[in-house]
Design a binder for this molecule. Structure first.
Ligand SMILES: NC(=O)C1=CN([C@@H]2O[C@H](COP(=O)(O)OP(=O)(O)OC[C@H]3O[C@@H](n4cnc5c(N)ncnc54)[C@H](O)[C@@H]3O)[C@@H](O)[C@H]2O)C=CC1
Length: 517
C-alpha cells in the first residue's frame, strides 16, 4: 500500500532562482530587531516594500493548487533568533519557558515507534536508504550544491541538537498554540523525532526516490494526528528560526535558500501523499478489543474488531493509540494474515515505562476501544517466486512471522519455510505451541526454537548463530523481525553466508525503535 504517488513541488526547481520559490517563500535577515508581538500578527506589518517575506503562505494539496492561486497575502515575520529578548517567549534554550510552555513533543506529531528497545541515538532510516559509511552529515562528492549547504548546517547544529530542538518546539507552540492539541500531553523521549525526520529528509534531498517514499509514508502516517496542509508552513518557519539561531557559522542567504527549497519539497510531498490517501482510506480506524489473552506476566495477545474493513498484507504493521494515552501511538505488527472475520491480533510485551504497551497488556479488556492508523511496512511475501522463506523471529517479533506463514499457507504453493524462533529462555517462547501446531499441519514448514540465555531442549545461542549452522540459504528469501540488535546481526550473518541484501527483508530500524516513556 505504500507506493508513493507524489507530485513535484511547485516552485521547487532546485535551481536557486530567488524570484520563484513556490508557496514557501524564503525569509531573509529581518531589518528590525523586534520580536513579533500578538498585535503585529497582521499582514499589514509585512507590506513594506523592502520587507522580505517569511515562509508562511499556507500550502494546499496539489489539487487545491491548481490553477495557480493568486499572490498570497504577505505573512507576519518571525523574529530573528538573535533579536529575542530574554523575557520573550522565544528565549534561548537554556532559559526555555516552563514545562507547560515547552511541550515535550515533536512538532508535527512524530510517527509512532515501537515501545520496546528505543535507540534514541539513531536517526530515522527510511526503508531502502543506504547506511552512510561516513558521518551522515558528510556530503558525498556527487552532492548537489543544496545538499552541501544543508549538510553543513546539520553538521553545525548536531552537537547542540537538544537546544535546537527545544527552541524549535518552544517557538512552534508559542507562536502556533493551535497546534498544541495535536500532541500528547507529554512525549519527552520523542521530542526530537520530527526534527530527526526533517533532517533525514534533508540529508536525502539528492535521492528523490528514497526521499519520496520516506516522505509519502510520513505524510500518510500524519493524517491520524490531524495534521493539515496549513500546519506545514508553521513548522517550516520555526525550523528556519531554530536553524538561524544555532547554525551561526554556516548560515547564509544561500543556506537559507537551500533550506527553504528543501522544506518546500519535503512538505509538499507529505501534503500530496496525505491528500491522495484521503481519497481512499480513513485517517484512522476504531477497533474494539474482543480478546485479551495473557501469555506470560508481561506479554498478551490482543485481538480487536475494526469498525470498518481494514485491508492489509501479512507482514505489515500498524500504529495503535489507547484511550488511556491519547495521541500516543505505537507500532505493532499484525500477528495473523488477513482473516475472513476481519479480526486483527497483536502480540504486545509490556516494557518498563511503556505507556501504551503496559496499558494494552495490563489494562485493556474486551469492550475497550482503541484506534488504529493505516497499515505500513514492506516485509511482505513475494508471491511471484517459489524461493523458500527463511524467517528469524525474536521475542514478540515472531508475530509478523506467524502472519507470513499463514499467508504462504493460504496461497497454497508449497514453498519451504524455515522459521527460527528466538527467545531469552524457554519460558519466553510464548507462542511456540501455535508455531509447532502450524508445523504439524504444513509439511513445508519447520520451526526451530532458539534460546539464548538459559537451558533448553531446543537450540542454544543467538538466532544469527543458529541460522549459520543450517542452510544453504541461497534459494531463500530472508525475513527478520525482532529487536534492532538482532536485525543488525542477523543481516550481517545472512549476508555472510551469501544471501544477497536484496533478498533480506525487515522493518526499518527506525520503526523498531521505541519511545521510552
Ligand atoms: N510486537 C510486535 O508486533 C513486534 C515486535 N518487534 C520487536 O521485537 C522485539 C521483541 O522484544 P523482546 O520480545 O523483548 O525480545 P528479546 O529481547 O527477548 O530478544 C528476542 C531474541 O532476540 C535475540 N537478540 C536480542 N538482541 C540480540 C542481538 N543484539 N543480537 C542477536 N540476537 C539478539 C535474543 O537472544 C532472543 O533470542 C522488540 O524490539 C519489538 O520492537 C518486531 C516486530 C513485531
Amino acid at each position: 500500500m505504500d507506493a508513493p504517488t507524489t507530485t513535484s513541488s511547485a516552485g521547487n526547481d532546485g535551481g536557486g532562482n530567488s524570484g520563484d520559490w513556490g508557496w514557501f517563500t524564503p525569509s531573509r535577515k529581518q531589518p528590525d530587531d523586534q520580536p513579533r508581538s500578538p498585535e503585529s500578527d497582521g499582514a499589514a506589518d509585512d507590506r513594506s516594500a523592502d520587507r522580505p517575506v517569511n515562509p508562511i503562505r499556507p500550502a494546499g494539496t496539489e489539487a487545491e493548487r491548481r490553477p495557480a492561486p493568486p499572490a498570497p497575502a504577505p505573512a507576519p515575520p518571525i523574529p530573528p533568533a538573535s533579536a529575542v529578548p530574554p523575557a520573550s517567549p522565544f528565549a534561548p534554550a537554556s532559559a526555555v519557558p516552563p514545562a507547560s510552555a515547552v511541550p515535550p513533543a515533536s512538532a508535527v506529531p512524530p510517527e509512532a515507534g515501537r515501545e520496546e528497545h528505543q535507540r534514541p541515538d539513531e536517526a530515522p532510516t527510511p526503508q531502502g536508504a543506504r547506511p552512510a559509511a561516513e558521518s551522515v552529515f558528510t556530503a558525498p562528492e556527487t552532492a548537489s550544491p543544496d545538499a552541501i549547504l544543508l549538510r553543513r548546517t546539520m553538521a553545525e547544529i548536531e552537537p547542540v541538537s537538544d537546544k535546537v530542538t527545544s527552541y524549535f518546539y518552544a517557538l512552534l507552540f508559542v507562536q502556533h498554540p493551535e497546534l498544541r492539541p495535536l500532541f500528547p500531553a507529554a512525549m519527552d523521549a520523542q521530542r526530537d523525532r520530527l526534527f530527526k525526520a526533517i533532517l533525514t529528509a534533508a540529508r536525502l534531498i539528492d535521492d528523490p526516490d528514497i526521499l519520496g517514499d520516506f516522505l509519502s509514508r510520513l505524510g500518510r502516517g500524519h493524517r491520524k494526528y490531524g495534521t493539515r496542509p496549513e500546519h506545514y508552513p508553521a513548522v517550516g518557519e520555526c525550523l528556519l528560526a531554530a536553524l538561524t539561531r544555532y547554525a551561526t557559522n554556516t548560515w547564509s542567504d544561500e543556506a537559507e535558500a537551500a533550506w527553504v527549497r528543501a522544506y518546500t519539497a519535503i512538505s509538499q510531498i507529505m501534503i500530496d501523499a496525505a491528500a491522495e490517501d484521503e481519497l481512499r482510506a480513513p485517517a484512522w480506524w476504531q477497533a474494539e478489543v474482543v480478546g485479551h489473552e495473557p501469555r506470560t506476566a508481561d506479554i498478551a495477545v490482543v485481538t480487536v474488531r475494526p469498525d470498518q474493513p481494514y485491508p492489509f498484507l501479512a507482514g505489515q504493521y500498524t500504529s495503535v493509540e489507547t484511550p488511556w494515552w491519547p495521541r500516543v501511538w505505537r507500532h505493532y505488527s499484525f500477528a495473523s494474515a488477513p482473516r475472513a472475520d476481519g479480526l486483527l491480533s497483536f502480540h504486545v510485551k509490556a516494557v518498563p515505562a511503556g505507556w501504551v504497551s503496559s496499558a494494552l497488556v495490563h489494562r485493556a479488556r474486551p469492550g475497550d476501544v482503541i484506534r488504529l492508523g493505516p497499515p505500513a511496512g514492506s516485509m511482505t511475501v513475494d508471491h511471484s517466486t517459489d524461493n523458500g522463506l527463511l524467517c528469524l523471529g525474536g521475542g514478540t517479533g515472531i508475530a509478523p512471522i506467524k502472519a507470513l506463514v499463514e499467508d504462504v499457507a493460504e496461497h497454497g504453493r508449497q514453498r519451504p519455510v524455515e522459521v527460527f524462533y528466538g527467545a531469552r529462555s524457554d519460558h519466553d517462547l510464548y507462542d511456540i505451541d501455535t508455531m509447532l501446531r502450524l508445523a504439524q499441519r504444513h509439511p513445508w514448514l519447520s520451526v526451530r526454537p532458539v534460546v539464548s540465555d538459559g537451558p533448553t531442549s531446543g537450540l542454544s545461542g543467538r538466532l544469527p548463530d543458529a541460522v549459520r549452522q543450517y542452510g544453504p540459504w541461497n534459494a531463500f528469501d530472508a525475513y527478520l523481525s525482532g529487536p534492532p540488535g538482532m536485525i543488525r546481526s542477523g543481516v550481517d550473518a545472512l549476508m555472510g553466508v551469501g544471501v544477497p541484501s536484496h533478498r533480506i527483508r525487515h522493518d526499518s530500524i527506525e520503526e523498531l525503535m521505541a519511545a521510552a516513556e
